[in-house]
Structure formats: C-alpha cells, structure tokens
Design a protein around this ligand. Sequence first.
Ligand code: S3P
Length: 441
Amino acid sequence: IFGCARIPGDKSISHRYAMLAALAEGSSFITNYAPGADCHATLSCLRDLGVIIKTSDTEALKNNGTTIRIEGRGSQGLTPPSNILNVGNSGTTIRLLTGILATQSFESALTGDESLTSRPMERVITPLTQMGAHITAHNGRAPLTVTGRPLHAIDYIPDIPSAQVKSAILFAGLQAKGTTTIRERAITRDHSELALEAFEAFIERSNNMSAHNVTNLQGIENTDTTYRVAITGDQRLVAQSLNVPGDLSSAGFLAAAAAALPGSELELIDVGLNPTRTALINVLRRMGVSIEISEQKVLLGERRGNMVIRHNELHPITIKPGEVPALIDELPLLAALATHGGGLNVTGAEELRKKESDRITSLVTGLRNLGANITEQRDGFCVQGDKKISGGQAQSFGDHRIAMALAIAGLGANGSSLILDSDAVEVSYPNFFDDLEAIVE
Ligand code: S3P
C-alpha cells in the first residue's frame, strides 16, 4: 500500500450538522458532507419534514461528498410528513430524529430496512417517554410512531454507553422544559455536544474532558458516572457554515491495509481526530503499527489532522470490556488486521450483535470462510494471526463494515477472495473499493 488518500466526511458529524441545521434559524452550509446512503437518508427524512436542502450535485453527493445548503426552519418549524419517514439502514438517523420529533407538534412514523427494523429502539423510547413523549413501537423495534408534545427535563443514566441515546435525549432536551442531564459511565463520542455548541446552543459538561478521555481510552472500567452533560430547553440555534472532517472509522480500513502489508506507507489527509474516537489509533500502536500525526487543528470543536501509517510486525493484543465503547465501530477492521499477523482477543462486546448485522457472527463466519482461524464467544471473538489465510468466498451480510473488513483480510490471502453483497459499502463509503485499489501498488 503506498500513497495518499482523502477520506469522505464523517458520518456521525454529518448527521448531526444536518439535523441541527434544519432546526436552526437561517441558511447553513455544510461542506464535505458524508457521501453514503445513511447520511443521504437523514437528508431525505428532513426534506419529508419540510426542510429545503440544496446539494451542489446529487451524483457528487453520492460519490464524493459535497456542499449542501440547508434552510433552517427554527426549533418548532418542521412540518408533518405526508408519508412514513424511511431511514433505510441508518440507526443514527432513527434514534436522533426520534428525539427531535418527540418535541414537534405533530405525529410522525419512522421505519427502515430489514436490518434497521430488527434493532433495539427501547434504549431511546425509555428516556424520551420519561420526558413525556408518546412513542409506540413493535416489540421495541421500528416502525415507530412518535406523537410530539411538550416535554420536560430528566436526569438520566443510560444502561449501555451509546452516543445515539445520549444525542436523542440532548436533541429532545433542546426543546424540553427545564435542564436535562445525561450521565455516562464511559464517555461516548461527543459530536452532538460539539455540534450543539457550534450552532451556538449553551450546554454544560464535566470539566477536565481530557482526563475522562484518557481514562476511557486506557480501558479502565468506571463504576461511577464520570461524564455529565446538561442542556436547558427552549434554546434557539443559529445557522452556520461548517466543514466535516474525514471519517476516522472509514479511514481505519485503509489504515489497516497499510498496517497489514509489509513495506506499506500511507498518508491520510484531514481525518477527524476527536479524542472520543481515537482509541483506534492507540490500539493500532499497541499492535505495533507506526502512526504519525501532523497538521493538527481544531475547527468548531472537532480536532482533525493528517496521519501517516507504516507497516511493522504485528503483535497479538487483547481488547478489554472497558475499551469496547470507544472502539465499537472499529472492531471489524481490527479483526481483519489480526488475520495478517499478531492476533486479537475481544471480550465484553455483546453490543456488536445489535449493529447493522450481528457483527460477532458475521465476522466469525466471513473471516472463517476466507480461511482465518477465529472463534466465536457470546460477547466477543478471538483471532489467531498465526497463518496466512487462504481466501475464498464470504458474505457481507449486507453490513458495510463487514464488507470492508473482509476486503482488508482478503489482501493478505494466498488466493483470491470474493465478497458477496459488497455494495453494502454504499452505506458509509461508496468509493471504498476504488480508493483501496488506488493505493494498492
Ligand atoms: C454512532 C454511535 C454508535 C456507533 C454508530 C454511530 C453515532 O452507536 O456504533 O455507528 O453517530 O452516534 P451507539 O450509540 O449505538 O453505540
């Protein structure tokens, strides 16, 4: 692997900027908006809610990310959709939008694809109902019906660490009566907090963020709630011009390719380096990968910079339960990397079974079909990186991160690998295979 790549815009940040721009007063501009189907679904739901959104070119949006203009409607200005809102495959869209719709003065319904409608929604329904929202579901799953009404503040400790849950509550809290507080045992990605501040909302959060992050990233399990964020309702958001950094979770797949193959050197330009997302970098370094970071800057609260990744001999590592929340989207790529050498043991990651697919079973089945030595546990998996894999035929299970992980594993195989349903990459990184091909020497 050799060369330089620019990664498409961050998916998590793009969703949040688009939703808050829709609630703001005035026109917002977002450049480098994430190109995948998930962030596209957010725009399409917002359009169904009466928001005018102009993209510089629809094809460009799908393929490269581009500039979009969103005409904000103000915090109570969304209009009733004429149809059921379809979020496709996007868990972030449905969970965050439910928080927003719970405060609007109309009824709406949300659904998604087969994977989405099998994922748990109780985690957002419970706190929003405590705030006074009326939401119906089917056995705790979508389709959801949300009847908006005035909400009141709550003080809430989620059972599972989830940025989507925290964000749904914060977005509802923006319009609720009183001050809504969320306390987390391990801090999850804080893009919603930073985005709210970028749109000039006032929030209060624990001091000494860096200490919390370090604690979290080193995987020390906290029994106490270490992080607190509070938002007072009835706030107005002000339209902004925003630029989305490259998505570190997408960058991770190309970084893993460079980390895996001897002689590789890859530069990734302008990648998001928010400390609640960079646990991946620490773990790659623990595996022996050389990573240099340069040109760091902070824009609208989000840290970003360039990364150079060089191959080194890979060491076996263990990921402990306390580290999992900060690495949840990166475990597939780490498993793929471990098939090249070293090895990886992951426990405490049961939450992986509730993602776009059951990622423990998908990874174990897929990597095993490519010849990897991998075993499945209830809450994790163990990869032995002791032999070169054979290659073969494997399913993505319609899951974007599994498709990309299988491709990274396949780069180290003796024979060729065929990945079925590989177009699942459309969800987050439509140009993944082209970008990978461009850096393979
Ligand atoms: C996300 C949060 C995480 C992550 C998902 C994106 C977000 O999910 O896995 O890909 O944008 O808030 P959870 O909140 O369920 O952990």
